[in-house]
Design a protein around this ligand. Structure first.
Ligand code: ZN
Ligand code: ZN
Length: 240
């Protein structure tokens, strides 16, 4: 790899890494931990948790607490990340900051996420939030050099932010599908967001492990759960 421009390898790696994060958010943080719609084998949970630590840095207990606040107060001022009150760009580019602000009270996190146990990352003496990302950047810088490390990271980060903007931002802006429902179904983005852009379906039935509800709605997160279940690595708790 030479030069200052991103290589094809950088682009492909960024897509793979961002999709790992997006599936980790959807299947592990969202459907498994926040809604208990699916139970994952401990080995699968470990791999998802490791990937979240290495690539994203989110704390699962805070993520679950903020998401439960979102369901409880969707589209109101108490919603931790409402584009109606914060604006689309803030929700997209500062979404993790909004979640951290909403979870600044540890007692609130303990109460909202009491069913989410502290894990091996929480028990590490340091580097719980950014240690994994630092490790990933060091590995990529050593393997591909600092320029390509930066491209891989920036491209992956941009795709993750785009996913956040689609689901939490566009998925909650007023539009033709919002009447009578919370959220919007953005079918054209479903393949990029592990099915999470079928957001009105999710708010209508939050405990459902499958987000697609109609013909021509695609939920790749469910396809992964389906395969894991076939391999006895996942158990679907709710499907309605
Ligand atoms: Zn929502
Ligand atoms: Zn949810």
């Amino acid at each position: 790899m030479n030069g200052w421009l991103p290589s094809a390898t950088d682009v492909i790696l960024s897509v793979i890494l961002s999709q790992i994060v997006i599936y980790g958010q959807s299947v592990y943080l969202h459907r498994c931990l926040a809604h208990h719609s699916v139970t994952l084998h401990p080995a699968v949970r470990f791999l998802f948790r490791l990937s979240i630590w290495l690539l994203l840095g989110s704390n699962p207990r805070e993520w679950v607490a903020a998401h439960r606040l979102h369901h409880r107060h969707a589209d109101t001022e108490e919603d931790p990340h409402s584009p109606l009150f914060e604006g689309l760009w803030v929700v997209t580019f500062r979404g993790s900051k909004l979640n951290r602000v909403a979870c600044s009270d540890p007692a609130l996190v303990d109460r909202l996420a009491k069913d989410v146990p502290r894990d091996f990352v929480d028990r590490m003496p340091f580097g719980q939030r950014y240690g994994g990302i630092a490790l990933t950047l060091i590995v990529f810088a050593t393997w591909a050099g600092p320029v390509h490390m930066l491209w891989i990271y920036l491209l992956a980060f941009a795709q993750i932010l785009a996913g956040v903007g689609i689901v939490n931002g566009l998925g909650h802006l007023p539009g033709p599908q919002v009447s009578g429902h919370i959220g919007r179904n953005l079918r054209s983005f479903a393949l990029l967001t592990a099915g999470e852009s079928l957001h009105a379906n999710h708010h209508a039935s939050p405990a459902n492990a499958r987000l697609a509800a109609r013909r021509w709605e695609f939920d790749p997160g469910w396809w992964l759960i389906f395969m894991l279940r076939h391999c006895k690595l996942a158990e679907v708790r709710r499907l309605r």
